[in-house]
Write a protein that binds this ligand. Sequence first.
Ligand SMILES: Nc1nc2c(c(=O)[nH]1)N[C@H]1C(S)=C(S)[C@@H](COP(=O)(O)OP(=O)(O)OC[C@H]3O[C@@H](n4cnc5c(=O)[nH]c(N)nc54)[C@H](O)[C@@H]3O)O[C@H]1N2
Ligand SMILES: Nc1nc2c(c(=O)[nH]1)N[C@H]1C(S)=C(S)[C@@H](COP(=O)(O)OP(=O)(O)OC[C@H]3O[C@@H](n4cnc5c(=O)[nH]c(N)nc54)[C@H](O)[C@@H]3O)O[C@H]1N2
Ligand SMILES: [Mo]
Length: 659
Amino acid sequence: MDVRIEDGRVVSIGGSDTNPITQSYICAKVRRYPEHLYGPDRIRFPQVRTGRKGEGHFRRVSWDDALERIASRMKALAASGRAERILPFSYGGSNGYLSQDTTDARLFGRLGASRLARTVCAAPSGAAALGLYGKMAGVALQDYVHAKLIILWGVNPSVSGIHLVPYVLEAQKRGGKLVVVDPRRTRLAEHADLHLAIHPGTDLPVALSIIRWLFENRAVDRQFLARHADGVEELARRAEPWTSEKAGEVARVSRVDIERLAGLYADSSPAAIRCGWGLERNRNGGSAVAAVLALPAIAGKFGIRGGGYTMSNSKAFDLDSLSSARIDAPGASPPATLPREINMNRLGEALLGRAGEPVELLFVYNANPAATIPSQGKVLSGLVRQDLFTVVFDPIFTDTARYADVLLPASTFLEREELVRGYGAFALQESKPVVAPVAESRPNHEVFAELCRRTGVARHGDPETADELTREILGANPSGAQIREAIDTGGIAFPAGNPAPVQFVDVFPKTSDGKIHLVPEELDREAPQGLYRFQPETPDAAFPLALISPASDRTISSTLGELRREAVSLELSPQDAKERGISDGARVRVWNHHGEVLCRARWNVKLRPGVALLPKGLWSHNTDSGTAATALAPDTLTDIGGGACFNDARVQVELRRSQ
Ligand SMILES: Nc1nc2c(c(=O)[nH]1)N[C@H]1C(S)=C(S)[C@@H](COP(=O)(O)OP(=O)(O)OC[C@H]3O[C@@H](n4cnc5c(=O)[nH]c(N)nc54)[C@H](O)[C@@H]3O)O[C@H]1N2
Ligand SMILES: Nc1nc2c(c(=O)[nH]1)N[C@H]1C(S)=C(S)[C@@H](COP(=O)(O)OP(=O)(O)OC[C@H]3O[C@@H](n4cnc5c(=O)[nH]c(N)nc54)[C@H](O)[C@@H]3O)O[C@H]1N2
Ligand SMILES: [Mo]
């Protein structure tokens, strides 16, 4: 990014060309970052609550006062053997290596606090990618230009990863074909050769029917599989029941289109699959991702530039956060039993005391659970508990911040050091502060290090500063020195120094034996009925619409939501709207057993009938009810990985006659 500074303040932010794929442009929402930094919703000072929980009234206190209130409670809980009643709650934040799993992990780990399973996103797809390939690095985005066929499966790069788009368009210009698998006609679906508009949550049968078709039509690369994979016959057996006809019925698409997709895939090379996160957010999500990721192995699409798959690339660098040795107290033997683990998707249950020991101290950072976690009703009920002590540490006064007892101001990635990597794209960079932190805001690693000292868990020699932590993180990596050198000379590092590795030429599965495990045992055990076994939904006539809540171009999850003040509409296909007497722009109520949202409706011809849409990441100011799509999302978990089932929300919509 290129950031322009005037008088010590950020005045504009744009794309740089240091990272070749950024090509000097960034998305419109992040160009508004100066407003995010200096706007009225920035938390500037530590504060303590004065009004009722959720009301949003606070008074300023010193850092010393704020941290002492927190540390004394932590110490008291730990001293009385109730450390598990402390729950740290965090997710991505700005996705840096320094602002997560460093001094925070040390603090909570050494105190013996409850552990958090970070599952709200990418947990099922991560489990699948790890099980099948050990999270092998994926096809580089710039290599998509070489593909003769691109499949965008459950991903909407025009919104959620714009730097892939030019390469897709270029591939098409060079004669490549494009297929999109998505319940709605996204921007790229409009330009696709084939758009498979499946019903949400039916990717598994579709992918299995393609696998079955490949076996039936002798389009399987037996030689490759014999050398590189196991579980081939077992996967074939599990795909066997899924004829294209049967899959088409379940997915509500034509058999012919599924076979066309299978045929195109068999015949095209290089063929690249960009697997997104839209397909993981339902009860079959992990198996669905696994089946999609199995396709290039079955059809022999690896070993050529532009062929294979791309997932998150989160393990491309083999960088661990602080090594566990540094988290445990030096010399301490590991505890006989680890503290309990709480799945973040069940935060509401945990706060309501339905997960064993009650939570007494909740410490939220790098996340906005009041907006982003399933079963919003339960989460909010939990957050207003009088006997819960909540800390919220964020640069911005989020919806969650309203419920805090103590508010701590965090600095942003432009105001502190960070070691950052791409999400999908390869790149690791070290960013230095370009402006002073706003008011009294401070970086995560510093605040958690101070809490370590105040609670008495700090040890002599703990790495604490950004430099020390960076050294520690890179030092634990076999290619740390190489990464360091690349960053120092070119400002950017790529995995093994290669900006565009080719799968099965430059990179191979990172599983224990280097093979692809098509039916990984551990996942097969974890999935309720075994991996690849479709769990159908039980249709409920009262809630006939499938609600999806994908990424929007206005926020990043809920981040930047303070800048999106306008009312946001529920999108419906004109057919579903008309059946309910709902005109374009009408006031509606959307509800199910979990909650309700009051907002307006917007007709969207790009949605298939039976599907409704509210974007993810809404804040209370975006709807009349103050609730979001998460209010309608069940807190059930995906088949593997304990992921969120946002797109399993089934709802009804009616016209609101009163205001
Ligand atoms: N602008 C913007 N960019 C973002 C984000 C953001 O919030 N805003 N968030 C970032 C994060 S945290 C993530 S995880 C990624 C997510 O980025 P994506 O992978 O693009 O994920 P989603 O936006 O959740 O969904 C992608 C598509 O899946 C479709 N979909 C929904 N249900 C199903 C289904 O059952 N099957 C199939 N095949 N498709 C389905 C949706 O209609 C949507 O078009 O984006 C990142 N980038
Ligand atoms: N309905 C619905 N909801 C969804 C999804 C969906 O598909 N549907 N998908 C979800 C997905 S993909 C994701 S990833 C989750 C994300 O869920 P969350 O992580 O809860 O959401 P974010 O908006 O990313 O919250 C990040 C917060 O971290 C803060 N932050 C940024 N940098 C720092 C820092 O350096 N220090 C501190 N202390 N704070 C910082 C930001 O200001 C922001 O408030 O949301 C999920 N929510
Ligand atoms: Mo995400």
